[in-house]
Design a protein around this ligand. Structure first.
Ligand SMILES: NC(=O)c1ccc[n+]([C@@H]2O[C@H](COP(=O)([O-])OP(=O)(O)OC[C@H]3O[C@@H](n4cnc5c(N)ncnc54)[C@H](OP(=O)(O)O)[C@@H]3O)[C@@H](O)[C@H]2O)c1
Length: 307
Protein backbone atom coordinates (compact mmCIF):
# COMPACT_ATOMS: atom_id res chain seq x y z
CA UNK A 1 0.00 0.00 0.00
CA UNK A 2 0.93 3.66 -0.34
CA UNK A 3 2.07 5.59 2.72
CA UNK A 4 3.71 8.94 3.41
CA UNK A 5 6.90 8.74 5.43
CA UNK A 6 10.13 10.49 6.27
CA UNK A 7 13.46 9.09 7.42
CA UNK A 8 14.96 12.17 8.96
CA UNK A 9 13.71 15.36 10.63
CA UNK A 10 13.56 18.45 8.45
CA UNK A 11 11.54 20.64 6.08
CA UNK A 12 8.74 19.19 3.94
CA UNK A 13 11.45 18.06 1.47
CA UNK A 14 12.05 15.01 3.67
CA UNK A 15 8.52 13.73 2.99
CA UNK A 16 8.24 10.87 0.51
CA UNK A 17 5.57 8.57 -0.81
CA UNK A 18 6.58 4.94 -0.28
CA UNK A 19 5.24 1.43 -0.83
CA UNK A 20 4.96 -0.45 2.46
CA UNK A 21 3.29 -3.68 3.50
CA UNK A 22 -0.35 -3.55 4.55
CA UNK A 23 -0.98 -3.33 8.31
CA UNK A 24 -2.90 -6.29 9.71
CA UNK A 25 -4.99 -7.24 12.71
CA UNK A 26 -2.42 -7.88 15.46
CA UNK A 27 -4.65 -8.17 18.51
CA UNK A 28 -8.26 -9.09 19.17
CA UNK A 29 -9.25 -5.44 19.72
CA UNK A 30 -7.73 -4.19 16.45
CA UNK A 31 -9.75 -2.68 13.64
CA UNK A 32 -8.28 -2.38 10.13
CA UNK A 33 -9.48 0.69 8.26
CA UNK A 34 -9.30 1.62 4.60
CA UNK A 35 -8.47 5.29 4.90
CA UNK A 36 -10.50 7.77 2.86
CA UNK A 37 -9.49 11.10 4.43
CA UNK A 38 -6.82 12.26 6.87
CA UNK A 39 -6.69 15.38 9.04
CA UNK A 40 -3.47 17.41 8.81
CA UNK A 41 -2.50 18.99 12.14
CA UNK A 42 0.22 21.48 13.13
CA UNK A 43 1.75 18.79 15.35
CA UNK A 44 2.51 16.79 12.17
CA UNK A 45 4.92 19.55 11.19
CA UNK A 46 6.28 20.09 14.71
CA UNK A 47 7.19 16.39 14.90
CA UNK A 48 8.67 16.44 11.38
CA UNK A 49 10.81 19.47 12.21
CA UNK A 50 12.18 17.68 15.28
CA UNK A 51 10.61 20.19 17.72
CA UNK A 52 8.95 17.37 19.69
CA UNK A 53 11.99 15.08 20.00
CA UNK A 54 11.73 14.77 23.76
CA UNK A 55 7.95 14.97 24.22
CA UNK A 56 7.01 12.85 21.21
CA UNK A 57 10.05 10.85 20.03
CA UNK A 58 9.37 8.87 16.85
CA UNK A 59 10.99 5.92 15.16
CA UNK A 60 12.24 6.45 11.60
CA UNK A 61 10.97 5.86 9.02
CA UNK A 62 7.93 7.58 10.45
CA UNK A 63 4.38 7.73 9.09
CA UNK A 64 2.55 10.79 10.47
CA UNK A 65 -1.19 11.21 10.90
CA UNK A 66 -3.20 11.51 14.12
CA UNK A 67 -6.72 11.30 12.75
CA UNK A 68 -8.52 9.78 9.78
CA UNK A 69 -11.88 8.62 8.50
CA UNK A 70 -12.58 5.55 6.44
CA UNK A 71 -14.25 2.15 6.11
CA UNK A 72 -13.59 -0.90 8.29
CA UNK A 73 -12.24 -3.81 6.24
CA UNK A 74 -11.34 -6.26 9.04
CA UNK A 75 -11.87 -6.61 12.79
CA UNK A 76 -10.18 -8.65 15.53
CA UNK A 77 -12.08 -11.44 17.29
CA UNK A 78 -12.69 -9.28 20.38
CA UNK A 79 -14.17 -6.26 18.59
CA UNK A 80 -17.76 -5.82 19.69
CA UNK A 81 -18.84 -2.34 18.56
CA UNK A 82 -17.88 -2.39 14.88
CA UNK A 83 -18.15 -4.59 11.80
CA UNK A 84 -16.70 -4.72 8.32
CA UNK A 85 -18.22 -1.99 6.16
CA UNK A 86 -18.79 0.54 8.96
CA UNK A 87 -17.79 4.12 8.19
CA UNK A 88 -15.71 5.43 11.07
CA UNK A 89 -13.49 8.11 12.53
CA UNK A 90 -10.10 6.79 13.67
CA UNK A 91 -8.07 8.57 16.36
CA UNK A 92 -4.86 7.06 15.06
CA UNK A 93 -2.22 9.15 16.95
CA UNK A 94 0.28 8.18 14.18
CA UNK A 95 0.30 6.24 10.89
CA UNK A 96 -2.78 7.98 9.47
CA UNK A 97 -1.06 9.18 6.26
CA UNK A 98 -1.58 5.84 4.51
CA UNK A 99 -4.09 3.82 2.51
CA UNK A 100 -4.79 1.53 5.47
CA UNK A 101 -4.32 1.85 9.22
CA UNK A 102 -4.87 -0.40 12.23
CA UNK A 103 -6.41 1.16 15.36
CA UNK A 104 -7.64 -0.21 18.68
CA UNK A 105 -11.42 -0.34 18.89
CA UNK A 106 -11.47 2.18 21.76
CA UNK A 107 -10.04 4.83 19.41
CA UNK A 108 -12.65 4.28 16.70
CA UNK A 109 -15.96 6.15 16.55
CA UNK A 110 -18.93 5.78 14.23
CA UNK A 111 -18.91 8.48 11.56
CA UNK A 112 -21.69 10.99 12.22
CA UNK A 113 -24.51 10.82 9.68
CA UNK A 114 -24.43 13.49 7.01
CA UNK A 115 -20.68 14.18 7.20
CA UNK A 116 -18.30 13.55 4.31
CA UNK A 117 -15.12 11.54 5.00
CA UNK A 118 -13.19 14.82 4.84
CA UNK A 119 -15.39 16.48 7.44
CA UNK A 120 -15.23 13.37 9.63
CA UNK A 121 -11.43 13.37 9.47
CA UNK A 122 -11.40 17.03 10.54
CA UNK A 123 -13.13 16.85 13.90
CA UNK A 124 -11.25 14.47 16.20
CA UNK A 125 -8.32 16.64 17.26
CA UNK A 126 -10.34 19.87 17.06
CA UNK A 127 -13.25 18.76 19.21
CA UNK A 128 -11.09 16.74 21.63
CA UNK A 129 -8.84 19.77 22.13
CA UNK A 130 -11.72 22.20 22.53
CA UNK A 131 -13.39 19.95 25.08
CA UNK A 132 -10.13 19.49 27.03
CA UNK A 133 -9.46 23.22 27.20
CA UNK A 134 -12.92 24.67 27.72
CA UNK A 135 -14.49 22.12 30.02
CA UNK A 136 -11.94 19.68 31.49
CA UNK A 137 -9.31 22.32 32.32
CA UNK A 138 -11.32 25.53 31.93
CA UNK A 139 -14.51 24.46 33.74
CA UNK A 140 -16.42 26.89 31.50
CA UNK A 141 -20.00 27.50 32.57
CA UNK A 142 -23.11 28.97 31.01
CA UNK A 143 -23.08 32.77 31.13
CA UNK A 144 -19.33 33.07 31.51
CA UNK A 145 -17.21 35.18 29.19
CA UNK A 146 -14.59 33.35 27.14
CA UNK A 147 -11.99 34.71 24.71
CA UNK A 148 -10.73 32.37 21.99
CA UNK A 149 -7.45 33.59 20.56
CA UNK A 150 -7.44 32.25 16.97
CA UNK A 151 -11.19 31.68 16.76
CA UNK A 152 -11.25 30.81 13.05
CA UNK A 153 -8.45 28.25 13.22
CA UNK A 154 -9.00 24.51 13.34
CA UNK A 155 -8.92 24.11 17.13
CA UNK A 156 -10.12 27.67 17.84
CA UNK A 157 -13.16 27.31 15.56
CA UNK A 158 -14.21 24.20 17.47
CA UNK A 159 -13.75 26.10 20.73
CA UNK A 160 -15.99 28.95 19.57
CA UNK A 161 -18.72 26.49 18.61
CA UNK A 162 -18.52 24.39 21.78
CA UNK A 163 -18.37 27.43 24.04
CA UNK A 164 -21.36 29.01 22.30
CA UNK A 165 -23.35 25.78 22.57
CA UNK A 166 -22.59 25.74 26.30
CA UNK A 167 -24.17 29.17 26.68
CA UNK A 168 -21.01 31.22 27.13
CA UNK A 169 -20.49 34.77 25.83
CA UNK A 170 -17.84 34.15 23.19
CA UNK A 171 -15.22 36.61 22.00
CA UNK A 172 -12.97 35.45 19.16
CA UNK A 173 -9.87 36.94 17.58
CA UNK A 174 -9.24 36.31 13.89
CA UNK A 175 -8.05 38.06 10.74
CA UNK A 176 -9.04 38.39 7.06
CA UNK A 177 -11.69 35.91 5.96
CA UNK A 178 -11.48 34.32 9.41
CA UNK A 179 -13.45 37.24 10.86
CA UNK A 180 -16.63 36.18 9.05
CA UNK A 181 -15.96 32.51 9.78
CA UNK A 182 -15.62 33.10 13.52
CA UNK A 183 -18.89 35.06 13.41
CA UNK A 184 -20.58 32.19 11.58
CA UNK A 185 -19.42 29.83 14.35
CA UNK A 186 -21.53 31.92 16.73
CA UNK A 187 -18.98 34.28 18.29
CA UNK A 188 -20.74 37.21 19.98
CA UNK A 189 -17.81 39.55 19.33
CA UNK A 190 -15.05 39.11 16.76
CA UNK A 191 -11.85 41.15 17.01
CA UNK A 192 -9.37 41.60 14.18
CA UNK A 193 -6.08 40.79 15.88
CA UNK A 194 -4.10 42.40 13.07
CA UNK A 195 -5.71 45.85 13.28
CA UNK A 196 -7.25 46.02 16.76
CA UNK A 197 -5.83 45.85 20.27
CA UNK A 198 -7.73 43.11 22.09
CA UNK A 199 -6.36 44.08 25.49
CA UNK A 200 -7.76 47.61 25.29
CA UNK A 201 -11.19 46.45 24.10
CA UNK A 202 -12.35 43.89 26.63
CA UNK A 203 -12.23 43.16 30.35
CA UNK A 204 -13.79 40.76 32.83
CA UNK A 205 -13.10 37.55 30.92
CA UNK A 206 -13.46 34.28 32.85
CA UNK A 207 -11.44 32.11 30.50
CA UNK A 208 -8.92 32.81 27.76
CA UNK A 209 -8.13 29.93 25.39
CA UNK A 210 -4.96 30.66 23.46
CA UNK A 211 -4.46 28.72 20.21
CA UNK A 212 -1.86 31.07 18.71
CA UNK A 213 0.95 31.43 21.28
CA UNK A 214 3.69 33.94 20.55
CA UNK A 215 4.21 37.31 22.18
CA UNK A 216 0.52 38.14 21.81
CA UNK A 217 -0.18 35.71 24.64
CA UNK A 218 1.18 38.08 27.31
CA UNK A 219 -1.38 40.78 26.45
CA UNK A 220 -4.19 38.29 27.06
CA UNK A 221 -3.60 38.38 30.82
CA UNK A 222 -4.97 41.94 30.82
CA UNK A 223 -8.49 40.92 29.77
CA UNK A 224 -9.01 38.39 32.57
CA UNK A 225 -10.89 39.09 35.74
CA UNK A 226 -9.13 38.16 39.00
CA UNK A 227 -9.47 34.42 39.50
CA UNK A 228 -9.86 33.85 35.75
CA UNK A 229 -7.85 31.36 33.71
CA UNK A 230 -5.51 31.61 30.75
CA UNK A 231 -5.03 28.24 29.08
CA UNK A 232 -2.78 27.74 26.08
CA UNK A 233 -2.46 24.77 23.75
CA UNK A 234 0.69 26.26 22.22
CA UNK A 235 3.14 27.44 24.89
CA UNK A 236 3.05 27.44 28.71
CA UNK A 237 1.96 30.91 29.86
CA UNK A 238 4.10 32.97 32.26
CA UNK A 239 3.53 32.04 35.92
CA UNK A 240 4.95 35.40 36.94
CA UNK A 241 2.23 37.22 35.01
CA UNK A 242 -0.38 34.83 36.36
CA UNK A 243 0.64 35.83 39.89
CA UNK A 244 0.72 39.52 38.99
CA UNK A 245 -2.81 39.44 37.52
CA UNK A 246 -4.10 37.03 40.22
CA UNK A 247 -5.25 34.46 37.67
CA UNK A 248 -4.46 30.83 36.91
CA UNK A 249 -2.50 29.99 33.79
CA UNK A 250 -1.29 26.78 32.23
CA UNK A 251 -0.61 24.66 29.18
CA UNK A 252 -3.21 22.07 28.19
CA UNK A 253 -2.25 18.83 26.47
CA UNK A 254 -5.48 17.69 24.90
CA UNK A 255 -7.12 14.35 25.48
CA UNK A 256 -8.25 13.09 22.07
CA UNK A 257 -10.56 10.24 22.95
CA UNK A 258 -14.06 8.88 22.54
CA UNK A 259 -14.91 10.53 25.86
CA UNK A 260 -13.83 14.05 24.89
CA UNK A 261 -15.54 13.78 21.49
CA UNK A 262 -18.91 12.84 22.93
CA UNK A 263 -20.23 16.37 23.47
CA UNK A 264 -19.12 17.59 20.02
CA UNK A 265 -20.59 14.55 18.26
CA UNK A 266 -23.89 15.18 19.99
CA UNK A 267 -23.84 18.78 18.75
CA UNK A 268 -23.13 17.56 15.20
CA UNK A 269 -26.14 15.26 15.41
CA UNK A 270 -28.37 18.24 16.18
CA UNK A 271 -26.79 20.50 13.55
CA UNK A 272 -25.12 22.69 16.19
CA UNK A 273 -21.52 22.12 15.18
CA UNK A 274 -20.15 22.82 11.72
CA UNK A 275 -16.92 21.05 10.65
CA UNK A 276 -14.97 23.28 8.29
CA UNK A 277 -12.58 21.85 5.71
CA UNK A 278 -10.43 24.64 4.35
CA UNK A 279 -8.59 22.77 1.61
CA UNK A 280 -8.20 19.20 0.39
CA UNK A 281 -5.05 17.65 -1.06
CA UNK A 282 -4.33 14.14 -2.36
CA UNK A 283 -2.34 11.82 -0.10
CA UNK A 284 0.67 12.09 -2.40
CA UNK A 285 0.54 15.89 -1.97
CA UNK A 286 1.17 15.61 1.79
CA UNK A 287 4.24 17.86 1.66
CA UNK A 288 2.27 20.55 -0.17
CA UNK A 289 -0.60 20.22 2.32
CA UNK A 290 1.73 20.64 5.29
CA UNK A 291 3.37 23.69 3.70
CA UNK A 292 -0.07 25.18 3.04
CA UNK A 293 -0.99 24.83 6.71
CA UNK A 294 2.38 26.16 7.87
CA UNK A 295 1.90 29.30 5.75
CA UNK A 296 -1.12 30.35 7.89
CA UNK A 297 -4.38 32.07 7.00
CA UNK A 298 -5.99 28.66 6.58
CA UNK A 299 -9.37 29.05 8.36
CA UNK A 300 -10.48 25.46 8.93
CA UNK A 301 -8.90 22.07 8.52
CA UNK A 302 -6.50 20.83 5.87
CA UNK A 303 -7.41 17.34 4.66
CA UNK A 304 -5.66 14.64 2.62
CA UNK A 305 -7.77 12.27 0.56
CA UNK A 306 -7.00 8.76 -0.62
CA UNK A 307 -8.38 7.64 -4.00
N1 LIG B 1 -1.76 21.19 23.22
C1 LIG B 1 -2.49 20.43 22.41
O1 LIG B 1 -2.92 19.34 22.79
C2 LIG B 1 -2.82 20.90 21.04
C3 LIG B 1 -3.90 20.34 20.33
C4 LIG B 1 -4.22 20.88 19.06
C5 LIG B 1 -3.46 21.93 18.53
N2 LIG B 1 -2.41 22.40 19.25
C6 LIG B 1 -1.60 23.52 18.75
O2 LIG B 1 -2.45 24.65 18.67
C7 LIG B 1 -2.05 25.51 17.61
C8 LIG B 1 -3.24 25.80 16.70
O3 LIG B 1 -3.61 24.60 16.03
P1 LIG B 1 -4.70 24.65 14.88
O4 LIG B 1 -4.81 23.30 14.31
O5 LIG B 1 -5.91 25.34 15.36
O6 LIG B 1 -3.95 25.60 13.83
P2 LIG B 1 -4.55 26.67 12.80
O7 LIG B 1 -5.77 26.10 12.16
O8 LIG B 1 -3.42 27.09 11.95
O9 LIG B 1 -5.05 27.88 13.73
C9 LIG B 1 -4.19 28.84 14.29
C10 LIG B 1 -4.99 30.14 14.37
O10 LIG B 1 -4.23 31.10 15.10
C11 LIG B 1 -4.49 32.37 14.50
N3 LIG B 1 -3.41 33.29 14.88
C12 LIG B 1 -2.12 33.30 14.49
N4 LIG B 1 -1.46 34.31 15.08
C13 LIG B 1 -2.38 34.96 15.86
C14 LIG B 1 -2.31 36.08 16.72
N5 LIG B 1 -1.18 36.76 16.93
N6 LIG B 1 -3.43 36.44 17.39
C15 LIG B 1 -4.59 35.78 17.21
N7 LIG B 1 -4.72 34.70 16.40
C16 LIG B 1 -3.62 34.31 15.73
C17 LIG B 1 -4.55 32.07 13.03
O11 LIG B 1 -5.27 33.09 12.38
P3 LIG B 1 -4.81 33.63 10.92
O12 LIG B 1 -4.83 32.42 10.03
O13 LIG B 1 -5.85 34.65 10.62
O14 LIG B 1 -3.43 34.18 11.12
C18 LIG B 1 -5.28 30.74 13.01
O15 LIG B 1 -6.67 30.92 12.89
C19 LIG B 1 -0.87 24.78 16.94
O16 LIG B 1 0.32 25.30 17.49
C20 LIG B 1 -1.07 23.33 17.34
O17 LIG B 1 0.13 22.58 17.33
C21 LIG B 1 -2.07 21.91 20.48
Amino acid sequence: MKAIQYRTYGSSDVIEEVEVSMPSIQSEKDVLIQVKSIGVNPIDMKIRMGFMKSARPVQMPFTPGGEAAGIIVAVGDGVSSFKVGDQVIALTKTNGYAEYVTVKEDFVLPMPEGLSFGEAASIGVNIGTAQSVLFTAGQLEKGQKVLIQGGAGAAGGAMVQLAKAAGAYVIATASGKGLELAKSFGADLVIDYKSQDVASMIRGVDLVADTAGGQAQEKLFEVLKPGGKLLSIVVPPSQQLAEQYKVKAGFVASDISAKTLQNGLELIKFGKFKPVVSKTFKLEEAAKAQDFLTAGGVNGKVILTVD
